[in-house]
Design a protein. Structure first.
Length: 211
């Protein structure tokens, strides 16, 4: 798939925020099927919008025909400001959504996140639910259960986790997902960063999307 990536900036409360717009292949998708926002892992531990899992999530959304947007959180890359423990980052993701809605007001919305990004996106989804405009679906990879107070998420959320995740134990994800009765897709042998198993993320997204 020949996707096109366009860098851009938006103005946030902490200053400019660096973003990237990934467009699906125009020959395959003459009109985009949806809009997806993807959030990266923890900024204080090397997380950026160019993280390999984030790129894999973006490729999964592009394969589904979604215009896909990534953003460097505060203090990462060319984004100004300092880390705000998820509060300001959620505010910034909401600003990014508002910016993209000016260009794509009617497209169905999906949210994707990896690790710390799952905390941000689940908080954003809660805000959208409260406003009566929820995202149609979430894809959460390496869900940060037990690390941060994640709200509940819709039952159609796609949860993907590594069997050998050393950062967020699989048992913590089970404990968070169990009361919500949401299945967790476990990749055997995968660590937190899905080394040598990244292809499963994209494949599972596409396979599970229309179920």
């Amino acid at each position: 798939m020949n996707a096109q990536t366009l860098p851009f900036f938006i103005a946030g409360a902490s200053g400019q925020l660096e973003c990237a717009l990934d467009l699906p292949d125009a020959e395959t998708f003459p009109a985009p099927r949806g809009l997806a926002l993807v959030a990266h892992p923890h900024p204080l531990f090397g997380g950026t919008m160019d993280n390999k899992v984030v790129h894999t999530l973006a490729r999964g959304f592009l394969a589904l025909g979604y215009v896909t947007v990534r953003m460097n959180f505060r203090g990462v890359g060319q984004s100004e400001g300092v880390h705000d423990e998820g509060r300001g980052e959620t505010d910034d993701m909401a600003l990014l959504l508002a910016h993209m809605r000016q260009q794509y007001p009617e497209l169905p919305l999906a949210l994707g996140g990896f690790s710390f990004g799952t905390f941000v996106q689940s908080q954003l989804q809660q805000r959208l639910i409260d406003a009566g405009t929820p995202a149609e679906r979430l894809v959460l990879v390496g869900t940060a259960a037990g690390k941060w107070p994640l709200p509940t998420v819709p039952v159609n959320s796609i949860l993907i986790h590594g069997e050998l995740d050393e950062t967020i134990p699989l048992t913590a994800v089970f404990e968070w997902a169990r009361p919500q009765d949401i299945p967790v897709i476990v990749i055997p042998g995968a660590d937190h960063f899905f080394h040598r198993r990244l292809q499963h993320i994209k494949n599972l997204m596409v396979e599970m999307w229309h179920r």
